[in-house]
Design a protein around this ligand. Structure first.
Ligand code: GLA
Length: 388
C-alpha cells in the first residue's frame, strides 16, 4: 500500500523518498487534565500520518496531502508567518518557523498520507506537527532532543495555530512506545512507560463522525473557566499552584469559596479525574482490568455532567458499547464529538460491532467507524524495506 502510494507520486517526488510515520493518540484516562498540571495516561496508536520526503535542488518546500484535494503548496523560508490561505500546511510552516534558525541549503518535497481520521479527536494535528519536527530535525541534523521537539510542537499549536491545548497530544505522539501507555506528569514532564496488557480484553476506538466545528472555541472556554476558578481559589489558598494539586477533601472548602455551581463542577471534574487517573494506572499495573474499566465509566460521567464536554453522539456510542458488554467506555480527547474508547472482551466481534452500528445509526442517523487500538511507537523514520 505505502509502496504503491510512493510509486503513484514519483513524478512529484522525483527520487526515492525517505519515509516517516507519526501516530495518532488515544487518551485512556486523565481527560482535560493536561492544562491543570495533573497526570494523564495516553498511548500512541497504529493509525497515523506517513510522510515521503525527497531533497530539492532549491531552498523551497513543496508539500502535498493525499487527503486534501488541493494542489501542492509551496512554502518559502522567507514567508513563514501564519496565513489562513495556507490551510492545513500552516502546521508545517509553524514547525519550520520554530525549528529552523537559518535557511537550509536545500528544500524538500513532502507527500503526506494519513489513515487517521481527521477532526476525530485522535490528534491528527499533533501527529503532523511532531512529524514535521522529526523530519526537519533528522534532515538538517538540528540535534533537538525529542522531549524538546514535543514542547516546540505544543508551542506552535498554542501560539501559531492559537489553540490553548496542553502537552498531552504532542507528548503521546512523540514519545509513544509499542505496547505501552504513557503515564505523564504534565507539570514536570516526568513520565513512565507502562506495559499495556489487557489480558482477556482489548481496546477499541469508535468515531462518532460528528463534525467538531465548535470544539476549539468550547475547549478554550473550559480553559478560561478553570483559570477563573483557580484565581478565586488562590485568593484564599495561595499555595495551590494548579487545580490538579487539590485533594478530594479540599472540595468542600473550594465549593465555599467559589460560590458558583458551574465553576465548582469544573473543578470537581479536575480533582476527581486526577484521582481516577492515578488509581487507574495502579489497577492496570496490578492486572485488575475490570476496575480499570469501571474508572473509565466514571470518567465519562464526570466529563458529561461536571465538565460538560460530551455530546449526545458520544453518549449514545458509550451506552451502545456498554450494552454490547464493554467493561468500560468513555469519550476520549477534547470531546464535543470525535471518538470514544472502550474496553471489551477479546471475543467481541463483528456481530457486536454490527449491533453497535444499528443502535448508533437508528438514534443518530450517522455511521460509526470502529477500530481496534494497539499502542504503537512514537514518530519515527521507517525503513522502506519493512513496508508491505
Ligand atoms: C485535546 C488537547 C489536549 C487535551 C485533551 C483533553 O486533545 O489537545 O491537550 O487537553 O484535548 O484531555
Amino acid at each position: 500500500m505505502i509502496k504503491e502510494l510512493i510509486e503513484q507520486n514519483k513524478v512529484f517526488l522525483k527520487d526515492t523518498p525517505e519515509v516517516y510515520f507519526s501516530p495518532g493518540r488515544v487518551n485512556l484516562i486523565g481527560e482535560h487534565i493536561d492544562y491543570h498540571g495533573g497526570n494523564v495516561f495516553p498511548a500512541a496508536i497504529e493509525l497515523g500520518i506517513y510522510a515521503f520526503v525527497t531533497k530539492r535542488n532549491d531552498q523551497q518546500f513543496k508539500v502535498k496531502s493525499l487527503q486534501m484535494n488541493d494542489s501542492p503548496i509551496m512554502i518559502q523560508m522567507n514567508d513563514l508567518a501564519y496565513a489562513k490561505k495556507r490551510g492545513w500546511a500552516n502546521f508545517i510552516s509553524g514547525m519550520m518557523a520554530a525549528c529552523l534558525d537559518t535557511i537550509p541549503s536545500h528544500g524538500l518535497n513532502i507527500v503526506f498520507y494519513s489513515n487517521l481520521p481527521s477532526s476525530s479527536g485522535l490528534s491528527s494535528s499533533a501527529a503532523l506537527e511532531v512529524l514535521v519536527g522529526v523530519i526537519l530535525n533528522q534532515t538538517y541534523a538540528l540535534g533537538i532532543p525529542r522531549k524538546q521537539l514535543v514542547q516546540i510542537a505544543q508551542d506552535v499549536e498554542n501560539n501559531y495555530i492559537h489553540v490553548k491545548c496542553g502537552i498531552m497530544d504532542q507528548f503521546a505522539v512523540g514519545m509513544g512506545k509499542k505496547d505501552h501507555a504513557i503515564f505523564l506528569n504534565t507539570d514536570t514532564l516526568d513520565y513512565e512507560l507502562v506495559p499495556f496488557v489487557l489480558k482477556e480484553y482489548k481496546l477499541m476506538i469508535a468515531n462518532t463522525n460528528k463534525s467538531r466545528q465548535l470544539a476549539d472555541s468550547k475547549y478554550n472556554e473550559r480553559v478560561n473557566e478553570c483559570r477563573a476558578a483557580l484565581e478565586i481559589i488562590q485568593k484564599d489558598y495561595k499555595d495551590v499552584p494548579y487545580l490538579s494539586a487539590l485533594e478530594l477533601t479540599d472540595l468542600e472548602a473550594v465549593e465555599h469559596v467559589l460560590k458558583d455551581d458551574l465553576l465548582f463542577r469544573r473543578v470537581r471534574h479536575v480533582v476527581t479525574e486526577t484521582k481516577r487517573t492515578n488509581q487507574a494506572v495502579d489497577l492496570l499495573k496490578k492486572g485488575n482490568i475490570k476496575s480499570f474499566g469501571e474508572l473509565l465509566n466514571q470518567s465519562h460521567m464526570s466529563l458529561k455532567n461536571d465538565y460538560e464536554v460530551s455530546c449526545h453522539e458520544l453518549d449514545v456510542l458509550v451506552d451502545a458499547f456498554l450494552k454490547e458488554g464493554a467493561i468500560g467506555a468513555r469519550m476520549t480527547g477534547a470531546g464535543f464529538g470525535g471518538c470514544i474508547v472502550a474496553i471489551v472482551k477479546t471475543s467481541f466481534n463483528v456481530a457486536n460491532e454490527q449491533q453497535i452500528q444499528n443502535i448508533y445509526t437508528s438514534k443518530i442517523h450517522l455511521h460509526t467507524d470502529i477500530y481496534q487500538a494497539n499502542p504503537s511507537d512514537g514518530t519515527k523514520k521507517i525503513n522502506i524495506e519493512e513496508l508491505l
